[in-house]
Design a binder for this molecule. Structure first.
Ligand code: MV4
Length: 512
């Protein structure tokens, strides 16, 4: 049984803060690491101790295993939580932790190896009796082989990089005459993304759903699942909205997918929190896509419906304790939705770094904010532009959707551009409200991402109006004139609430 008393969080931003919160609840000491660009970042200030691990670029700081291990030794941390991204799925880092006698809060290196490469993962899953997307087991030696295989399984096909997931090195091919060009493109993209130009082939699935199952295993042979997350609302391989339960799953399908996910995790002797991603086709067949051997960004929706703290469970399992609950005890209560708030230009979807001049989060029952920014924070161009996650829970899907809409309407982020208005559009879009969407959802609803003409609004007035709205929601009535509202927005709460209409509050949607 490993002793864990001090946890170093090898990450930044919202996930670093989120992990530290649980550590504090457990009475564990926390160590933050930060780059020179993050000297004043919230995650560094949130920890008991903070160590600078290098210059702003992640390659010189958050991705340098030696610097992180050095910080752990210097501070006497006995465990490292990697968060997501960065070193979280790096098997050599896990081995380095093992060698240094530091507990890695995550799966063993061997499980990462077994799931890291897509072709290896597929062949491991096939051996275990887990359904995988039909296609080749091995990468092809040359274009000739790819041709022959495509003719065998029939078009359309998907060329995919063997080296890694996330949509890089992926090409849909509809006709034989397009195969050579796609083959070359996939290989070169795979090379630059993963340093490995191996490419294999799958049958193309049309408008699949992306449904993933949360799994959890301990060192004592217990392995369970905590239901699914529906992640079909994505743009360019970036998730924007996630929810659980999935609107397309029946209890029978949930049980079947859960059972397969547990089988997949057991086949690689998994320990800790993991996610089995599936593609679900229009006939509701489901296929293993890949395994994420980490805690995921969207874990709060699972926590909201299962009533568990997954980081707490991760720490206990890493310390060698049993999971402590059985499959039969896993709950699925109500419905939870997460919206990812990105600092991005609403027209180009390019990151929009800058200084946050005004910030107001929604308040209320069953609303959760995971964020590591505050008024005055700088959103750095060096890192992921996700600035927060809004998660709401409701007794059912319509209730959760209503709560999310109101939560978004209470949210104010000024100084940078965000996708707040995009989220409000999704939450008003009929197909989404019906739960009728696949991974092509955003592509087939171009109106969601069209710019809208809004009047130039005064940022001070908008923030003040939001304060009125929030005060009214809390039943505190009118704020004083000192809050700067009366003169600019009129004096009734209804007008003030009106003034914070989605388009205006997204003041970042400036006139094009
Ligand atoms: C597919 C597919 C259709 N058929 N594979 C995209 C990300 C990568 N992890 C796998 N992806 C896909 N693989 C076959 N054989 C469609 C996608 C896909 C997708 C998958 C999950 C979530 C969003 C997506 C958006 C577009 C395409």
């Amino acid at each position: 049984m490993a002793r864990i008393a001090k946890v170093l969080v090898a990450n930044r931003g919202e996930i670093a803060v989120r992990v530290m919160r649980t550590c504090k609840e457990l009475g564990l000491k926390t160590v933050a690491v930060y780059s020179e660009a993050d000297r004043t970042a919230l995650h560094a200030r949130f920890a008991d101790e903070a160590i600078c691990i290098g210059p702003a670029p992640s390659r010189q700081s958050y991705l340098v295993a030696d610097n992180i291990l050095g910080a752990a030794k210097q501070t006497g941390a006995d465990a490292i939580h990697p968060g997501y991204g960065f070193l979280s799925e790096n098997a050599s880092f896990v081995r380095a932790c093992d060698k240094a006698g530091i507990t890695f809060i995550g799966p063993p290196a061997s499980a990462m190896d077994a799931m890291g490469e897509k072709t290896r993962a597929r062949s491991n899953m096939m051996k275990a009796g887990v359904p995988v997307v039909p296609g080749s087991v091995e990468p092809f030696k040359d274009a000739q082989e790819a041709h022959a295989y495509a003719l065998k399984i029939g078009f359309p096909v998907m060329l995919k990089a063997a080296g890694g997931g996330g949509g890089k090195g992926m090409r849909r091919v509809d006709r034989i005459e397009d195969l050579d060009a796609a083959w070359r493109a996939a290989r070169s993209e795979a090379m630059s993304a993963f340093g490995n130009d191996s490419v294999y082939m799958e049958k193309f699935l049309d408008q699949p759903h992306h449904v993933e199952i949360q799994v959890f295993a301990d060192m004592h042979g217990n392995c369970i699942h905590l239901n699914e997350r529906e992640c079909s609302a994505q743009r360019r391989n970036q998730k924007v909205v996630e929810e659980t339960p999935s609107p397309i799953l029946t209890p029978q399908m949930r049980a079947a997918m859960g059972e397969v996910a547990v089988k997949a995790a057991k086949a690689v002797n998994y320990v800790g929190a993991g996610t089995i991603e599936f593609l679900v086709d229009s006939s509701r067949n489901f296929y293993f896509l890949e395994m994420n051997t980490r805690l995921q960004v969207e874990h709060p929706v699972t926590e909201a419906t299962c009533g568990r703290d997954l980081v707490w469970d991760q720490i206990r399992v890493a310390a060698g304790q049993p999971l402590g609950y059985t499959q039969a005890e896993v709950e699925l209560r109500g419905h939870a939705i997460e919206c990812r708030l990105y600092a991005e230009d609403p027209r180009t979807f390019l990151p929009s770094p800058g200084d946050i001049s005004r910030l107001r989060w929604p308040v209320g029952a069953h609303i959760r904010i995971d964020s590591a920014v505050a008024e005055g924070s700088v959103v750095s161009r060096f890192y992921d532009p996700m600035i927060a996650k809004l998660t709401v829970w409701g007794p059912d899907r319509p209730a959760a959707l209503r709560r999310m809409r109101e939560a978004l309407r209470e949210t104010v982020v000024l100084g940078i551009e965000t996708n707040l208005a995009f989220h409000l559009r999704v939450l008003a879009e009929p197909d989404f409200l019906r739960g009728d969407f696949s991974t092509r959802y955003i592509d087939v609803h171009p109106a969601l991402t069209e710019p809208v003409e809004i009047p130039e609004a005064d940022s001070q007035a908008i923030a003040a109006a939001a304060a009125v709205h929030a005060a009214a929601a809390l039943g505190r009535g009118q704020p004083s004139a000192a809050d700067g509202v009366a003169g600019s927005t009129g004096s009734t709460t209804s007008q003030a609430a009106d003034f914070v209409s989605p388009w205006r509050r997204a003041a970042s949607w400036r006139r094009a």
